[in-house]
Design a protein around this ligand. Structure first.
Ligand code: TRP
Length: 338
């Protein structure tokens, strides 16, 4: 039987990632890189949000592949199955069960106001399904099921977390205090990485130009090639300054992966051209990501080990959520099942 190794005096973090393949360098430097160290300070529960993913059309074969990859990637990025609870959302049925209960404490009007719902129904006008609409309720269930204290999220999920708090508050008022109100976890150092082709825009994997975005599993050659093609300006000096968005972005990236300050970088590259600098950034980034790529390929080729990790992860998750869900069922007035 799997055993939970959480410490009583640590706060709990819950987060989930969609199984959409991979992370960008922006996701990595802005958030994912902090996952490993976060385990020192917090008890962490991380899920692959496969239930959420089918709110848009998925190819089943691809989805299974992407889900396993997302799981291996969480581990390759530093989340340790011995310390944290890592599992697939669909392996713990309590998420869907709590989601139903919470949906009865959520108003149609508030779900209609979710900007992601509005965006996605425009983008997928032929498939505005009920799951797309109730997506934020399932997300609230993910978080509240474990009474998480903090949720690390990007700006796009802030409104959903706000809704989760409102649902929790409403439930607590109606049935008596039970749910912890989750707060967003804002990382201390968060870098914003911009597109390599349009450096005033955030780096995004949905960018049409593949040179705009570094994916963390990109091969070294591809990484260097993309940095060589990065858009800069007509100046020639490697210097952080207003209006030099491309160079500023490259300097930011280089500074994070090498630990060099902007002044040091300016000194190191004084008298050298943009070409030399771009190559140096490309190499530094490729070296920085190398251990992740290596660990990922080791894990994805060891399906038996992955399976052991996610099976135990789901067992541990369910030990916690079973107790909470039973309490919720009691509070709303269902007859005890045993
Ligand atoms: N909706 C989140 C996203 O698209 C993923 C997610 C699902 C999530 N459940 C969650 C994030 C609970 C934080 C907490 O990124």
């Amino acid at each position: 039987m799997a055993e939970i190794t959480f410490s009583k005096d640590k706060k709990l973090i819950f987060s989930a990632i969609q199984p959409t393949g991979t992370f960008t360098l922006g996701n990595y430097l802005g958030a994912v890189k902090n996952w490993g160290p976060l385990q020192e300070e917090f008890n962490c529960i991380y899920a692959v949000a496969d239930l959420h993913s089918i709110t848009v059309k998925q190819d089943p074969v691809k989805l299974r592949q992407n889900s396993l990859q997302a799981y291996a990637l969480m581990m390759a990025c530093g989340l340790a199955p011995e310390r944290s609870i890592l599992f697939f959302q669909s392996h713990n049925r309590h998420h869907a069960e709590l989601s139903w209960v919470l949906s009865c404490s959520t108003q149609f009007g508030e779900l209609s106001r979710m900007t992601q719902f509005k965006d996605k129904s425009q983008k997928h006008a032929d498939n505005i399904n009920a799951g797309l609409f109730t997506y934020p309720v399932l997300m609230a269930a993910d978080i509240l099921l474990y009474n998480a204290d903090f949720v690390p999220i990007g700006a796009d999920q802030k409104q959903h977390l706000e809704l989760a708090r409102n649902i929790a508050q409403r439930f607590n008022q109606r049935y008596g205090d039970f749910f912890t109100l989750p707060d967003p976890y804002i990382p201390k150092v968060g870098a914003k990485v911009m597109s390599l082709q349009e450096p005033t825009k955030k780096m995004s994997k949905s960018d049409e130009n593949p040179n705009a975005c570094i994916l963390i599993l990109d091969e070294k050659d591809a990484i260097i090639r993309k940095f060589k093609r990065a858009v800069t300006d007509s100046d020639t000096e490697v210097r952080y300054a207003e209006g030099k968005d491309g160079i500023n972005n490259l300097m930011t990236i280089y500074s994070i992966v090498t630990g060099r300050s902007f002044e040091e970088i300016e000194k190191d590259f004084s008298g050298k051209g943009y070409g030399d600098f771009k190559l140096a950034v490309g190499e530094a980034v490729a070296d920085h990501l190398e251990p992740v790529r290596t660990e990922f390929s080791r894990l994805i080729n060891d399906k038996a080990y992955l399976k052991k990790c996610y099976t135990e992860g789901a067992e541990k998750a369910m030990m916690i959520s079973q107790r909470n869900l039973s309490k919720v069922y009691r509070k709303v007035g269902f007859v005890d099942a045993r």
